[in-house]
Ligand binder design. Structure first.
Ligand SMILES: Cc1cc2nc3c(=O)[nH]c(=O)nc-3n(C[C@H](O)[C@H](O)[C@H](O)COP(=O)(O)OP(=O)(O)OC[C@H]3O[C@@H](n4cnc5c(N)ncnc54)[C@H](O)[C@@H]3O)c2cc1C
Length: 398
């Protein structure tokens, strides 16, 4: 990037009340709620990718708040109150998304959700029924519905699944278009006066009087060779651009330890594949398997399937946004043997995104000190969690 002009320094790179690192859903929602609370704030979001480059536009688009066996496992691992708190944040988040944007803008469809329990899982039915009843009683306080989860084994045949013994239905689940949601939110915050700069990374920061001085690096764009001009870009020292903010809000999720090394957060790659259209696809909705480690949904008449990270936890703890044979072959096996047995289709697309996980599932929403805040660790369900997470961090910031 060329040296900045005085105009650029005094506009794009002028001091801000708040700079937000990361334009994923949490960064965008945070800007939204900060502006709602304090319209006069000057806010800039700095995003290192040309578009959001973590998980927000690379996910499965489930508008969900947790499958039954996942919530039962969470109750055992985290305790009942944290499990309920998480469900409440997700449930309220989904309601806010729909209220603010409406179904059409984000292609929201309420097709319901289902969890598949395989024959070889050998689940004790009495224990499962007991756990579902208990879960339903607890969740009623949050959703107002008496029977959120219910067994619906009669649909297994209709949906054409193989090797599945039980199906647990959740009629409150839906699905949306993650790209449309992200774009709608981007347009909304821009209309509120938030400046969003892309291709610029916050490398580090230091505390200064009354605020924070950020060192940022714009990504090098390819440039044509200049015969008699200055040396080519790759021979110049990397240019950093300083930017002052009264407050910095870190919303970089999996990547947060680059700026805040003490946080309990690590990357977890999620891989996805998408089939070609399937004539007379026998199911619609959002489906979960194996405590949420596998998930699939219809996208029109195609099937989007993701997960299987638990088949190779170590290799999937990475920032590399690529797909691997190990996980993709496992997804294809599951697709062929369980979801679409006997069907003909091709795999049209594969991709991955990077989630932020930690030893706990609760998001980290906190003031690190007077001028420094973070809202990270969405634990793989950030579509739903982001609005309430953002609202909470906005309330913490002056
Ligand atoms: C395959 C997959 C499927 C998923 N499916 C679902 C689902 O169906 N439903 C659901 O609720 N959740 C799902 N998730 C999780 C959900 O997408 C995430 O929890 C959510 O998007 C996290 O949002 P975020 O804003 O915290 O992080 P991100 O979207 O990762 O945003 C962080 C941003 O920070 C930027 N950044 C990083 N470092 C810097 C820096 N130094 N300077 C500037 N910018 C920086 C990154 O480029 C990135 O754009 C899925 C995730 C994956 C990967």
């Amino acid at each position: 990037m060329a040296d900045l002009s005085v105009w650029e320094k005094e506009s794009y790179f002028a001091p801000r009340d708040i700079v937000i690192a990361g334009s994923g859903l949490v960064g965008l929602w945070s800007a939204y709620f900060l502006k709602k609370r304090h319209p006069a704030l000057s806010i800039a979001i700095l995003e290192r990718g040309i578009i959001p480059s973590g998980a927000s536009t690379r996910n499965a688009g489930f508008a969900c708040f947790g499958s039954a066996t996942e919530l039962i496992a969470d109750t055992m691992n985290l305790g009942e109150d944290p499990m309920l708190e998480l469900v409440e944040m997700r449930y309220k988040g989904l309601k806010k998304i729909r209220k603010i944007f409406g179904a059409k803008t984000i292609a929201y469809e309420k097709q319901g959700g289902y969890e598949l329990i395989a024959e070889e899982q050998g689940t004790d039915m009495d224990i499962l029924r007991g756990n579902i009843d208990r879960l339903n009683r607890k969740l009623k306080k949050i959703t107002g519905h008496a029977k959120i989860f219910r067994l619906h084994d009669d649909k297994i045949k209709e949906f054409g699944f193989a090797g599945i013994r039980h199906l647990i239905e959740n009629p409150l689940e839906g699905q949306l278009h993650s790209g449309q949601l992200s774009l709608a939110l981007l347009k909304e915050v821009q209309s509120m006066g938030v400046l969003v700069l892309n291709n610029i990374s916050i490398d580090h920061f230091e505390k200064v009087a009354d605020g924070i001085l950020l060192q940022t690096t714009p990504s090098a764009a390819p440039s044509a060779p200049v015969p008699s001009g200055p040396p080519p870009r790759d021979q110049r020292p990397t240019q950093t651009i300083p930017l002052f903010a009264h407050q910095l809000l870190v919303c970089t999720n999996a990547f947060a330890r680059q700026l805040l090394p003490d946080l309990d957060i690590r990357p977890a790659r999620g891989q996805v594949l998408l089939t070609s259209p399937i004539s007379n696809l026998p199911f619609k909705g959002a489906f979960h398997f194996d405590e949420g480690y596998y998930y699939f949904r219809n996208l029109g008449d195609r099937v989007l399937l993701g997960g299987a990270r638990n088949k190779d936890f170590e290799a999937e703890q990475t920032f590399e946004p690529v797909t691997t044979d190990t996980i993709q072959q496992e997804l294809e096996r599951f697709l062929q043997e369980t979801i679409l047995p006997g069907q003909t289709y091709a795999i049209e697309q594969r991709w991955s995104g990077i989630m932020g996980m930690g030893t706990e599932k609760m998001p980290i929403i906190k003031a690190v000190d007077d001028n420094l805040f973070c809202a990270v660790r969405m634990s793989g369900m950030g579509v739903a969690l982001a609005p309430v997470t953002a609202e909470k961090v906005a309330a913490l910031m002056r």
